[in-house]
Design a protein around this ligand. Structure first.
Ligand code: NI
Length: 135
């Protein structure tokens, strides 16, 4: 199937540089692989069960209208889950936050997914570990 997608120019330039370095024959092949990785990542996250400790790292543009309020509201809503957070003003536009969460896997997944879906959030990385499990 063919699809049309709107992307910021700098994102596409960066993507093209990477697929050229990796030796992809076409942009389409790179996009297919990126989508497969997205699905694998989702399935890995969906398979996590039980009590987890997680670190959510996010980078966002604080100029994005309403985003700071939305993030604050989200973090207050999940305040029982959040152990600690760190905010760094990276440059004029971008903020980095590291949020340490602890709770049931489905709640950890939920807050990470709600965060990554917000407009203006450029990158979200969730790392999960299990307290005590065989350690
Ligand atoms: Ni900031």
């Amino acid at each position: 199937m063919r699809i049309g997608v709107s992307l910021p120019a700098n994102l596409l330039v960066r993507f093209d540089e990477i697929i050229a370095r990796r030796g992809y024959s076409s942009r389409s092949e790179g996009i297919r692989d990126a989508i497969r990785n997205y699905i694998v990542d989702y399935e890995w996250l969906s398979g996590e069960k039980g009590e987890k400790v997680g670190v959510i790292t996010l980078i966002y543009n604080h100029h994005q209208r309403g985003l700071v309020d939305t993030l604050t509201n989200l973090q207050h809503k999940f305040s029982k889950l959040i152990e600690s957070s760190l905010h760094v003003h990276l440059d004029e536009d971008n903020c980095l936050e590291v949020v340490l969460v602890r709770g049931d896997a489905k709640d950890v997944k939920n807050i990470a997914e709600k965060t990554m879906a917000l407009k203006g959030v450029k990158h979200v990385k969730l790392t999960i570990t299990s307290p005590g499990e065989g350690l």
